[in-house]
Design a protein around this ligand. Structure first.
Ligand code: NOJ
Length: 571
């Protein structure tokens, strides 16, 4: 019998399912807190805010790259995988971060960018200048830029081709992203060794998980489109096998911006697993679509379509992150509608997406912010928050590219929003000073002081979610309603069956109204005929499900309910 009851040690809870129950928080070190007054956020600053993150209810941090880099792509252009950019701190501070996070039972996930390096990486410098040397074959070189015409360009705003001519080597090199980010050549076994060496380095320092950046793009072939090619999956399987053997309990998270049927391949199979988690890209834009169209149909369709994933694996769900709100996973018709609603100024667009933050996207509507978060925390998968969205931070579309939503975290109404003591002109990016989102108004300190603030609301909803294991481990079944604007589903958990301290079975009805006016809706719950319903937040009793399996509810404009089905266990 497998017994998965958590074992409490000083530091981390040894729960093999931790990532399925966790609330993740993406924090860009550069943007969070500057501890030494140089205008750039750093590890020391992040360490100083671990108490805040623990208070919020965060279980795991996802930290985008902090390695040596020319910073031409937010650090995703790595010049040395093992050293930390001095602006961000030292390796000792990184160790301290891991230790102090673990003391709070908080995990650390870092980005692992192996599809490409920066052209400033020593490997590339040697590859271009010494084709016959040890790094000659580390990148994808060609005499022609005519190869693989079917492979799409991702950064369409800046790149015309996936090939760039290198005047030193006098050949073209292949790149899926910026032309300063040459792709590594995974046909070369020495590249595998180098990558494994980097994994061992960071997992050896106690890191709990790796977000596998751009993972579909490792291999190219004449036949395929360079996304999820069979050898890419073979590589991820080998990586997983090594991690399981040498670092059990650590997780791999796939960043694969694809349809669920394709992404699911990155979970592998029970016999040959690949990643523990994968981001759910299609569901995210449909949340935004529903909010404006007042129709739940498209969201319902994608939820009903969600494919089975192996036991023990999980989706990562999100509203926003450090990239543009990608619209790759919607049809052209929906994309145009989304641009019309959310990116009416061309400045708001970036590549195939929208470079805005959550609060401005939702026009700072408290009802919409609550509804969107309620969905995020109720969907199947582990939620990923983006720093600053818990206080409804704004963006700055006058900044280039995705910097629009990477501005300093707003802590206080003081100079530089309490982010840094530097001369304001020295900040890596200016703080938000717009009329509505000015840091004087939108900051952690003032929201802490208001018990009805968005920050307190988000914290509360996180704590409610975490006290119901069905949200992390349960199944999700869409149930039918008689209103096109209403989405309803049941999260159902059978219980862990563990003899002591196991989790009890529970079923939760989640109902969301996207209508811009109040509605009355009848929800069909044939399996729960006669069951009482109780609100998860205040415990109030709701109408009982009728003997015909139907229950009628009224919902205020853009509102939601999380209702316990059946009498809740007390105590
Ligand atoms: C995905 C990252 O999320 C994005 O920020 C980056 O620009 C690309 N990978 C290229 O590394």
């Amino acid at each position: 019998m497998t017994f998965t009851a958590p074992i409490q040690l000083p530091g981390l809870t040894l729960d093999p399912q931790w990532y399925r129950k966790s609330v993740f928080y993406e924090v860009m070190v550069r943007s969070f807190v500057d501890s030494n007054g140089d205008g750039t956020g750093d590890l020391g600053g992040l360490i100083g805010k671990l108490d805040y993150l623990q208070w919020l209810g965060v279980d795991a941090l996802w930290i985008p790259p902090i390695f040596s880099s020319p910073m031409r792509d937010g650090g995703y252009d790595i010049a040395d995988y093992k050293s930390i950019l001095p602006d961000f701190g030292t390796i000792d501070e990184f160790r301290e971060l891991v230790t102090k996070a673990h003391e709070r039972n908080m995990r650390i996930v870092i980005d692992f960018v192996i599809n490409h390096t920066s052209d400033a990486h020593e490997w590339f410098q040697q590859s271009r200048s010494d084709p016959d040397g040890p790094y000659g074959d580390f990148y994808v070189w060609s005499d022609t830029d005519e190869k693989w015409k079917d492979i799409r360009v991702i950064f369409v705003d800046t790149e015309e081709s996936n090939w760039t001519f290198d005047p030193v080597r006098r050949q073209f090199f292949f790149h899926r992203f910026f032309s300063h980010q040459p792709d590594l050549n995974f046909n070369n076994p020495a590249v595998h060794d180098a990558v494994f060496d980097v994994v061992r380095h960071w997992l050896g320092l106690g890191v709990d998980g790796l977000r596998l950046d751009a993972i579909p793009y490792l291999y190219e072939s004449d036949e395929g489109n360079g996304e999820g090619e069979p050898p890419t999956h073979e590589f991820v399987k080998r990586l997983r096998a090594m991690v399981d053997q040498e670092f059990p309990g650590r997780v791999l998270i796939a960043e694969a911006n694809q349809w669920p049927q394709e992404v699911v391949a990155f979970f592998g199979t029970e016999e040959e697993p690949e990643c523990h988690m994968a981001f759910d890209f299609p569901v995210m834009p449909r949340i935004f679509y529903s909010l404006r169209s007042q129709s739940a149909a498209e969201l319902e369709r994608i939820l009903a379509e969600t494919v089975d994933i192996p036991e023990g694996s999980a989706w990562g769900v999100f509203l926003r992150n450090h990239d543009e709100l990608t619209l790759e996973m919607v049809s052209e018709e929906y994309r145009q509608a989304m641009y019309g609603w959310y990116a009416y100024d061309p400045r708001m667009r970036s590549n195939i997406g929208i470079r805005r933050r959550l609060a401005p996207l939702l026009d700072n509507s408290r009802a919409e912010l609550e509804l969107a978060h309620a969905l995020l925390f109720a969907l199947k998968g582990s939620p990923f928050l983006y720093y600053g969205d818990e206080i409804g931070m704004g963006d700055n579309i006058w900044l280039p590219d995705r910097d629009a939503s990477r501005t300093p975290m707003q802590w206080t109404p003081d100079r530089n929003a309490g982010f840094s003591t530097a001369d304001p002109g020295k900040l890596y990016l200016p703080v938000i000073q717009s009329l509505v989102y000015n840091y004087n108004l939108v900051n952690v300190e003032s929201q802490l002081a208001q018990s009805r603030s968005l920050l307190h609301w988000v914290r509360n909803v996180i704590h409610v979610r975490k006290s119901h294991v069905a949200f992390g481990l349960g199944s999700l079944e869409v149930v039918s309603t008689n209103h096109d604007s209403v989405l309803a589903f049941v999260r159902d958990y059978e219980g862990s069956g563990a003899p002591f301290g196991g989790d009890a079975a529970e079923s939760i009805l989640c109902v969301f109204s996207f209508a811009h006016n109040p509605v009355s809706v009848t929800v069909q719950l044939p399996e729960h005929a006669g069951a009482p319903l109780y609100d998860l937040f205040g415990g109030a009793e709701f109408p009982t499900v009728g003997e015909d399996g139907a229950v009628t509810l009224t919902l205020a404009t853009q509102s939601f309910y999380w209702l316990h089905i059946g009498t809740p266990r007390r105590g």
